[in-house]
Design a protein. Sequence first.
Length: 288
Amino acid sequence: MKQKTYIGIDLGGTTIKGGLVSAKGKIIEQLTLNTPSRKKTIIQRVERMVSQLISSSKECQGIGLSWPSSVNIPLKGSEMRRRLEKKIPLPVWVENDASCFALAESLIGAGKNYSVVLGITLGTGLGGGLVINQKIFKGKGGASELGHTILDFHGPKCECGNAGCLEQFVGKKGLARLAKQHHFATKEGAALYRLAQDGNKKALRIWQVLGSFLGIGLVNAINVYDPEIIVLGGGISQAGKFFKKAMESEIKRRSFLKPGLIKVSQLKKGGVIGAALLAKRSFDKSPN
Ligand SMILES: [Zn+2]
């Protein structure tokens, strides 16, 4: 294969996704493995995945790592980068997973015609990434940790040490909490999705409550960033049809600013693409 390629690795709480991606953000080859709990095994799996993807392309230029906040995973992205750089003769860049997702959306996804794009990932927790004029906004390095903005300061304890963070109410953690409160035997998103699909009233109610919480969280983000478009991604976003109405009515009721568009991501593997495009942009900017 002659064309220039980039590797994107997206580490999630459940799976590690990897892809060989073209300069235009098209996935050429992809791999998925389960995310192990042990740090050592995560390192081995990522190394194996990268080696396998590199062997498919002679023109691979660099590697991008889409990494979650360290409270959710026992291995920091910076450490993974050092490990890879020791083994593989390619530059490696690491970025927050929601920022990678937002970058992909702003370059080739729902946000491509807008200058201020807010990406929200609804996975195990809630991640936020802001892209302004196709550049990730990082503040002085850590923005945008929307999952740890406070929704209820008397609320449930969060892994970050605070209480009542937004991600305790939405994402898989929030869903599990709601399922328990409503006396469901299951706390799995997929099962609650199927129950809602079958018209189960309690399951539908759970998704509505989650939508209201998400709406309130988004009001805070809208009032601070005033994005032209918010793109929702991650596994939980697939249940958008069950929570969208409650989310939108909360936003309409509470937002100080006039909200822009809100869409569910249509990109397959946005995190992988975003990480690879981050590697491309960083490579293009680097002196070599
Ligand atoms: Zn928190």
